[in-house]
Design a protein around this ligand. Structure first.
Ligand code: HEC
Length: 157
């Protein structure tokens, strides 16, 4: 008996459908007439969310950079057993605490691979620049692991 009841309920609903369609058509017509409304509506919702992410993003990116640089240095130390920070302590006098340069050239902002490559050239005895005589003895004492660690540390400064 329940099945028969629900079937009849269904047929009653479908009988209502044409009416619903007529209603929505009528609503569409009403919307066609009031066109300015949808244009005005989005203004308020768009204005609020925009400034918030724009103000946050640069700060979050800077934090992300610092965190990644620190993580790289920690991972390098774990992989090589060498602390780039400790190695760089012997370089600070000539290249600056922030790698900004002094007696030696600026190192901050240089790619890790570029720093390692130059250190290898100094170590091999190659004449790199006019003051190679000052830098070569420093590179001579560095192992491959030291070079990688100090380059990653400098890159994160
Ligand atoms: C006594 C001062 C002195 C110390 C200490 C020193 N450097 Fe240097 N460094 C120099 C000078 C001077 C040059 C430029 C040499 C040349 O003209 O080829 C140089 C060049 C470099 C360069 C090449 C930079 C470029 O842009 O061409 C790198 C990389 C570098 N040093 C890394 C280091 C690291 C790493 C340490 C510590 C392990 C270190 N230096 C310690 C004086 C120093």
């Amino acid at each position: 008996m329940a099945g028969v009841l629900s079937l009849s309920a269904c047929s009653e609903q479908s009988a209502d459908e044409p009416k619903a369609a007529e209603t929505s058509q009528a609503m569409n017509n009403a919307m066609d007439v009031k066109q300015p409304e949808p244009v005005a509506a989005p203004k308020a919702p768009l204005a609020d969310p925009m400034p918030a992410p724009a103000a946050k993003a640069p700060v979050e990116q800077e934090v992300q950079k610092v965190v990644e640089a620190k993580a790289e240095a920690v991972m390098a130390e774990a992989a090589t057993g060498v602390s780039g920070e400790k190695v760089y302590a012997t370089c600070v006098g000539c290249h600056g605490a922030a790698g900004e340069g002094g007696v030696g050239p600026k190192l901050a902002g240089q790619e890790i691979a570029a720093i390692v490559e130059k250190l290898q050239r100094y170590k091999s005895g190659e004449q790199v620049g006019p003051m190679t005589g000052m830098m070569a003895p420093m590179a001579a004492g560095l192992s491959d692991g030291d070079m990688q660690a100090v380059a990653e540390y400098v890159n994160g400064l």
